[in-house]
Design a protein around this ligand. Structure first.
Ligand SMILES: Cc1cc2nc3c(=O)[nH]c(=O)nc-3n(C[C@H](O)[C@H](O)[C@H](O)COP(=O)(O)O)c2cc1C
Length: 172
C-alpha cells in the first residue's frame, strides 16, 4: 500500500484534474468577441439547465459577462492548444483577441461561438456569486451543439493537468 502525501491544501484543485478547459467568449463594448480559458467549470442543474464558471474578478471576461448578460463556452480540440495558451494568458484589456479564432453565429444569443471548436454551449447569465478570489458565474444553457458527439461524450478533447501541462485524452 503506498503512503499518503500530506499538506496539499494549496494544491487541492490539482487533485481534481485533469479537466476539460473551455474557451469562454463574451462580447466587448465594441461588439467584438473576447476569449479566455476556463478550466474551473461544472454543470450544476439539469432542469433548468445551469452551469457554473469560476472566474477571477480582474478578468476582462468577468466584466463583459456582467455587462452583456450572456456568454458562450467552446470546447477546444488538442489542435487548438497553442491558441488556448494565448487566450488563456493574455488579457483582452491589453490585446485584441477577436481574430484568434473563426467566430460564427450561435443559435439563440448574440455572442458568437468558435467555429473550429468541438462543441459549443450558449448561456444567458443567471447569477454571479462572489466567492473568495474568484466569482461563481451561473449561466442558463439556452443552446448546445457538438461535432462528433457519440450520444455520451465528445471524442478526444484536450485535457488540462494544471499549470502549463496538457494531455490528449486517450481513452481506456
Ligand atoms: C488552462 C487554463 C485554465 C484557466 N482557467 C481559468 C479559470 O478557471 N478561471 C479564471 O478566472 N482564469 C482561468 N485562466 C486564466 C485566464 O484564461 C486568463 O487570465 C485570461 O488571459 C483572461 O482573459 P481576459 O482578461 O481577456 O478575460 C486559465 C488559463 C489557462 C491557460
Amino acid at each position: 500500500m503506498s503512503e499518503w502525501i500530506l499538506g496539499l491544501e494549496g494544491l487541492y484543485h490539482r487533485l481534481l484534474s485533469p479537466r476539460v478547459p473551455v474557451i469562454v467568449v463574451a462580447l466587448r463594448d465594441d461588439d467584438k468577441p473576447n476569449a479566455m480559458v476556463v478550466a474551473w467549470h461544472t454543470p450544476v442543474s439539469l432542469n433548468p439547465p445551469i452551469l457554473a464558471l469560476s472566474i477571477a474578478p480582474d478578468r476582462l471576461t468577468h466584466r463583459l459577462i456582467e455587462k452583456r448578460g450572456e456568454f458562450t463556452l467552446n470546447i477546444p480540440s488538442p489542435a487548438l492548444l497553442e491558441k488556448v495558451k494565448t487566450v488563456g494568458s493574455v488579457s483582452g484589456k491589453s490585446y485584441d483577441k477577436s481574430t484568434t479564432f473563426n467566430f460564427t453565429k450561435g443559435t439563440i444569443i448574440k455572442t458568437p461561438i468558435i467555429d473550429e471548436s468541438m462543441g459549443a454551449i450558449e448561456c444567458k447569465l443567471h447569477k454571479i456569486l462572489e466567492m473568495g478570489d474568484h466569482s461563481i458565474i451561473l449561466g442558463e444553457v439556452v443552446a448546445a451543439r457538438a461535432k462528433s458527439f457519440d450520444g455520451i461524450w465528445l471524442s478526444s478533447p484536450l485535457l488540462h493537468l494544471g499549470g502549463t501541462k496538457y494531455v490528449k485524452f486517450g481513452g481506456l
